[in-house]
Ligand binder design. Sequence first.
Ligand code: SAM
Ligand code: SF4
Ligand code: F3S
Length: 440
Amino acid sequence: MQGRYYIRSFGCQMNEHDAERIRALLEARGLERADEPHDADVLVYNTCTVRKSADDRLAGHLGTAARLKREDPSRVVLVTGCLPQAEQAEFFARFPFVDGALGPQNLHRLPDLLEAAVEPAGASPAGFFEDGPHLSGRLAARRERPFQAWVQVMSGCTNFCSYCIVPYVRGPERSRSVDEIVAEVQGLVADGVREVTLLGQNVNAYGRDLHGGGEAAPSFAGLLRELDAVEGLERIRFMTSHPKDLGDDLVAAVAELPSVCEHVHLPAQAGSDRVLRRMRRGYTSVEYLDRVRALRAAVPDVSLTTDLIAGFPGETEQDFEQTLELVREAAFDAAFTFVFSPRQGTAAADLPDQVPPEVRRKRVERLIDLTQRQALASRQAWVGRRTEVLVEGASRDGRLRRGRTRQNVTVNLSGAAEPGAIVTVEVTAATSTTLRGVTV
Ligand code: SAM
Ligand code: SF4
Ligand code: F3S
């Protein structure tokens, strides 16, 4: 097939990684990348539906796609990812100009979808949504940077937190074998990769579904030990950790293994035990803070980041103050804060005691205010210190270099280091999101 493709991806890292695989599949079929939708023959939108705001953003982009399709009906519009998986027939009814769609468990069928989508006009749109044991982690990816790679260690989620649509659109937890992951990472390192980020919705559950579970099943901490032994791999990151499954073996692995970076993303969601129970998170605030203390005690300079939801159904002012209290105690290095968004089909969407939207918004503003002050204090504590930075490219304004510390903090730095280099930087200034430094 000849021509050019345009891809736009939304949502979590898992989806970004899926987009890399979509690019590899399209390029293997001879399509070249276009940076703008109007330059492309095939338009792909890789979607997220975790909150309503994600759906709304996509609708704008699909408006552009519809207009381009009207201008040139031979253009192919494909939608992949979590939104069509959630809506299926309803999705095609809402966006009749879309030629084909597939869900995250069917990425390997993209070539079939493309073929079906270029069928004579008038044919009904193609859709692939069935759940099967396909691990998209096995598909090749077209990486954005030669020295960094995502590695999917598992797919799906079986936790069914009451607010979350992910288990419905990504299927049950399925782990890849240790051997397969180690072989992939060895291949990546031979190809120039220095940093890998291991991906799973709950990496702490890694392996539970293998070898019948129990004693015989591999653990995530064990996987980290195997990967740390891969010669030439400098940095290992991972996300996301679920507090209920974060054991002392993982704390020890982060503390002991030289290549495992000192950063744990540990979504708390809320600080009230009543709300946590209704969210079906499987831990109390005391248990959460115990994990925070264990990590801070064992791992010097560990960076702890989190996700928080404001205005979950039934959340009272008192409940919300307990979230603020947990945030103060945990002293997060950074946080993603969200307003609760009811998702059709999830248990929380049907709870009777929904919090009014303006109350949700006011609460999230208070969370943003507190977590930003914490993030600034955390960044400022680095001023005057030296730290290791992996250079990723140019800074936003193009005048400096930009890279990341082991704690996953962005640094704008002066000096001539090439992308992919690991350098020592003296930190000279900080904002709540970035550090400024000089290469030494
Ligand atoms: N698996 C991870 C975990 O256990 O936290 C991440 C899941 S989700 C992709 C990322 C974040 O989105 C969640 O941690 C949660 O804070 C937020 N989120 C999920 N569903 C939401 C909803 N219905 N409304 C608001 N925020 C939501
Ligand atoms: Fe969603 Fe909970 Fe699974 Fe995370 S662990 S993806 S929040 S259901
Ligand atoms: Fe969104 Fe799907 Fe990720 S709903 S957050 S893209 S798993």
